[in-house]
Design a protein. Structure first.
Length: 277
């Protein structure tokens, strides 16, 4: 069950990007308080995506310390942003055979579609996540009936995920996820039915702290690209536990106290992060 939950939460990893620059200044395993801070804006029913309506283009940002490239030991992630510092496109270049391109569509300042093109060039599969909104509930439908293709994300008034209900229309099965947070809005527990995974964090800036999306959509997007990095929003996880032997993550930081490398005992995962200037 331990492996199962972590596969449901931790599989894959992100790290290394295209142009836009980088910073190799290192502060080893350093502190530096960022006092958390909420990532993104208001509720999810209008305005929650915190920015202009146009999708814009890649590397179209003037904001410093946005991750543009994350190089993992098994592949590279390249992040492109729109003019309001939201995800526009994320490309995972695998060292194996399965590449993933994730593209984002916004309308009236909210995320309306996440489209993933998956696989080698000779066997591509396209999966689309569509989003509609009703008060503090985000309804998600996925055009893949072999997955849990109907989802409801329950948020608070700040757009923070509290609970997700997953339903498979094909197999008529359902399961729930529930989340809790510390004062810095870091997810400290991730519960699937009766099994709970706990997380502890550093006090440094999270890798994705400057991405201007509400927490629910940033977490959802990261989770469907690289599950470990979905936790690195306000601060960065240093321990993930589901039993007596936790997974430990160690970081080095740039002069602004954002991680530029990490290593872990989670299947030997390592990463190097390059940021915008």
């Amino acid at each position: 069950m331990k492996k199962l939950l972590l596969v449901a939460f931790l599989a894959s990893s992100l790290m290394s990007l295209q142009s836009c620059g980088g910073d190799d200044s290192v502060t080893p395993n350093g502190g530096g308080n960022n006092n958390g801070g909420n990532n993104g804006g208001g509720g999810n029913n209008g305005g929650g995506n915190n920015g202009g309506g146009n999708n814009g283009g890649g590397c179209n940002t003037t904001t410093a310390n946005l991750p543009i490239e994350i190089e993992l030991n098994y592949g590279k992630l390249i992040y492109e942003y729109d003019s309001t510092d939201r995800f526009h496109k994320v490309t995972f270049e695998s060292k194996g055979s399965t590449d993933i391109i994730t593209e984002f569509t916004y309308s009236n300042d909210v995320l309306t579609e996440l489209k993933q093109t998956i696989g080698p060039a000779n066997d591509l599969k396209v999966v689309t996540h569509s989003f509609t909104y009703s008060n503090n509930i985000v309804n998600v439908t996925i055009d893949d009936d072999y997955s849990y293709n109907i989802r409801q994300i329950f948020t608070d008034n700040q757009g923070i995920s509290l609970k997700t209900i997953y339903t498979s229309s094909r197999f008529n099965t359902t399961y729930n996820e529930e989340y809790s947070y510390d004062n810095n809005k870091n997810m400290i527990s991730f519960k699937i039915d009766k099994t709970t995974q706990g997380m502890k964090y550093d006090t440094s800036n999270g890798i994705f702290k400057n991405v201007k999306m509400p927490q629910w959509s940033l977490f959802y997007s990261l989770f469907h690209i690289n599950k470990v990095l979905a936790l690195t929003i306000n601060n960065n996880p240093i321990e993930i536990s589901l039993g007596p032997d936790p997974y430990i993550f160690q970081y080095t930081y740039n002069i602004d106290n954002y991680p530029i490398t990490y290593n872990s005992n989670y299947y030997g995962e390592t990463a190097k992060v390059i940021y915008s200037k």
